[in-house]
Design a protein around this ligand. Structure first.
Ligand code: NAD
Ligand code: UD1
Length: 315
């Protein structure tokens, strides 16, 4: 049994990670400012600290007596980073350095969320970890910055670090309420309300979607092996899906035919993003196991259940 700090633990990916850690008997502390996360996402066993990863005192306090930190707190929206360059930078990069700095004293391992956004306009298919990073957005540049600072933490301060380049993660609890939310959460929510679904651009842009339960297994495997080599792993399925195919699969799963509205493409939007999962498979012995159809079914069922619960509570 170990005690872990999960920054951003009240969010979508973080809360699933907390559930898995508790299920295997670990103790969990969460540091989260609830900007996009929700207290209700967390099980009662979790020790919760309301605070900001940019706040030195909050991070130091949250780091007391831990065996490791999963650093997931960030402003996860690529589009938001193009609008609020400095504000997102403070959270996404300075916040990560705060966490690494807190690890200097006791050398607890830090497994942190990087992103496929670091590859930017690198058109290699599929993308391997050794391929050139070429971010197109402040978000991608800051995630690359996290990787560089994590390397410094490992080399200079002997802090075990591992960077996880998440591709497009989806699943239950992904919040659809912001226009910047993940595309699957937005489409699922709008389909359930029989609204049209907006596609930015021609819908031929593609992504490597990975189910959140799979991502949790990658994170835990990485923590169990973290060392000062500052490894970086793709967290992906290795399957490419374009936005039109995604809309079609979701329609099949939810039984609703979507009205698609084509809108102008997003600034800095990546055209094709597909990862090579081989390194994580070889070294961490983890791979994505949930197919897109199965993952979307679970996502839709969860959305229907929580929407019903919310409307019953409102009656
Ligand atoms: P999320 O928005 O649900 O979770 C982020 C959490 O961090 C939230 O609980 C939020 O309240 C918290 N947070 C934000 N700013 C904070 C701050 N300054 N101090 C403390 N807490 C703060 O998003 P998510 O999808 O769960 O993303 C988790 C991590 O994974 C992020 O680092 C994100 O950049 C990364 N990531 C996500 C995806 C994806 O497809 N969802 C892909 C690549 C990388
Ligand atoms: C996502 C993550 C980001 C992560 C990156 C890694 C979110 C919110 N963002 O960025 O944290 O680092 O993956 O690959 O989870 N789209 C529509 N209609 C919509 C919403 C989106 O057509 O209503 C399109 C977008 O233009 C884009 C695609 O869907 O082409 C995916 O968008 P989005 O879910 O926002 O994710 P990314 O920008 O890929």
């Amino acid at each position: 049994m170990a005690k872990y700090l999960v920054t951003g633990g009240a969010g979508f990916i973080g809360s699933h990670l907390c559930d898995a850690l508790i299920a295997r008997g670990d103790e969990v502390r969460v540091l989260d400012n609830l900007s996009t996360g929700r207290r209700e996402n967390l099980a009662s066993e979790v020790e919760f600290i309301l605070g900001d990863v940019t706040d030195e005192d909050a991070v130091q306090k949250a780091s007391i007596d831990i065996d490791g930190c999963f650093h997931l707190a960030a402003i996860a929206s690529v589009a938001q980073s193009t609008e609020d360059w400095v504000g997102t930078h403070e959270v996404n990069l300075t916040g990560a350095i705060r966490v690494l700095d807190a690890a200097r004293a006791t050398k607890f391992p830090v497994v942190y969320a990087s992103s496929a956004a670091v590859y930017g306009d690198n058109a290699s298919m599929p993308l391997c970890e050794s391929d050139r990073a070429s971010p197109l957005t402040p978000y991608g540049a800051d995630k690359l910055g996290c990787e560089l600072h994590a390397r410094v933490a490992s080399v200079l301060h002997n802090i075990p670090t591992t960077g996880m380049r998440f591709f497009n993660v989806y699943g239950p609890r992904q919040d659809p309420r912001s226009p910047y939310s993940g595309v699957i959460s937005i489409f699922t929510d709008r389909l359930s309300r029989c609204l049209n679904i907006p596609i930015f651009g021609d819908g031929q842009q593609s992504r490597d979607f990975i189910f959140v339960g799979d991502v949790v297994r990658f994170l835990i495997a990485a923590m169990d092996r973290a060392d000062t080599r500052a490894a970086i792993y793709n967290v992906c399925s290795g399957q490419s899906t374009n936005l039109r195919q995604l809309a079609q699969t979701l329609a099949t799963v939810s039984g609703v035919t979507p009205q698609i509205e084509y809108l102008p493409a997003r600034q800095g939007d990546i055209r094709a993003s597909l990862g090579d999962p081989a390194r994580a498979a070889k070294i961490l012995n983890v791979r994505a196991e949930v197919s897109l159809g199965e993952g979307l079914s679970q996502t839709v069922s969860h959305h229907v259940t929580t929407t019903l619960d919310t409307s019953k509570a409102a009656e």
